[in-house]
Design a protein around this ligand. Sequence first.
Ligand code: ADP
Length: 466
Amino acid sequence: MYLKKLLKLHTTLAFRLTFWYTAIFVISFSLAFFGIYFLTVSTIHERVDQELLSDKTEFASLLVYGSDTVKDEIEIETESEGANKIFFRILTLTGEELAVSNLTSWGNVEIDKTALTRLKSGTNYVFRTIEIPKHHQHKARILYSIIGPDKILQVGRSLKDDEYLLESFRKLFGTTMIILSVFSALTGWFMARRALKGIGRITSTAIEISDGALEKRVPVNLRGDEIDRLAVTFNSMLDRINILISEMKEMTDNIAHDLKSPLTRIRGLAEIVLTTGKSMDEFKEMAASTIEECDYLMEMINTLLMISEIDAKLNNFNMVDIDMVDLIQNACEIFQPISNIKGITIATEMPDICLVRGDLQKLQRMMANLLDNAIKYTRTGGSITISLKKDHDKVMISVKDTGIGILKDDLPHIFKRFYRCDQSRTKEGIGLGLSLASSICKAHNGNLTATSSPGKGSAFVVTLPG
Ligand code: ADP
């Protein structure tokens, strides 16, 4: 179990964050070290070169006092600095040795012929870095320079002390680097784990939810950081899903209920006719009722399908320029006979023309649903007023009636599928008319709102882009 976890460790975000954190630290630290190291090396070389050049100046000035003075100086200088740290050699231009300091601790230091050739061709001095023949692991800096006629000074300084200094510098870097890398990896791991703890919380909640605990929510720390925001978003997403699930459940319950009633009626009729019916008229009556119930069912299913298609943007809209004045007038003409029967007057307040871009059939259906409701829920002698207004880039259509009105508690629900207010249950209807009208409005980038005074009347306002 632990081994499995350990093997999977490299796939975790915490591991990758720690890795990058440590890698960046190591790279930056190494770059800083190499910068300082190379600066130190070049400073050391510059200092040694300066010392060699000052040796050359000194010997060149002593040469006027004769070769013996130079030889004496060689001995004095070698003794004071240490025979293992410096050596001198006076040479002719052809490389013949005229004088030399104690070379016991140096071994056989070669004379560089190319350096002599360069001096002969006029170059003032030549520097070389060589390995000390007796201690191959150490280096020395050599200067060849002309100090007088046919006199060349070869002076060498051991870089052993400087190399020790650089080596201890490297060792110090190595140790510091290991300690700091471990420290940075631990800190990185701790920080990454701490930062990602919230994600762990969300993951375990998601697991619990997928196991069926739909009421579970991620605890929020109220620190207001990214993880908290993720937790809040996650929780509100879960709330939304819960609402959707209960809405869907409610809808399927409604569908089941609404399908059940007509089917029970059809079955009941068929049973009666089968057991007691004798005449052809009774059979015909039963067939007519069955057709009626089937039509009701078909209308319900078709409307439901249309709403779902419009909401899912699967229904193709044939967008054209529509004169809403014409559309409303036509709708009024269609509903005039039924309103006359009920003794309801329909009045309109409209401009001469009002263009809207939309799907003619869908907008006709929306208008018909609103007018149908207004007539259905208004008592005899009542009135309906349809007004059409254009305001800047919006077109507003209001359908106002003096009907039974809608109770305050019902108002927020009337656009839901299958919702029917208790007081209107006696009227025919399936509870999908407003839901379809609202979906059509939304599909046209508009909206449908309702206001109502129970017992006095309602007003439905459609807003469409003009
Ligand atoms: P229905 O087929 O029941 O009319 P709708 O979706 O068209 O379904 O309307 C939903 C409910 O809203 C209706 O059942 C009714 O209670 C209420 N309603 C809609 N329009 C009006 C109106 N003009 N006056 C009063 N109540 C209304």
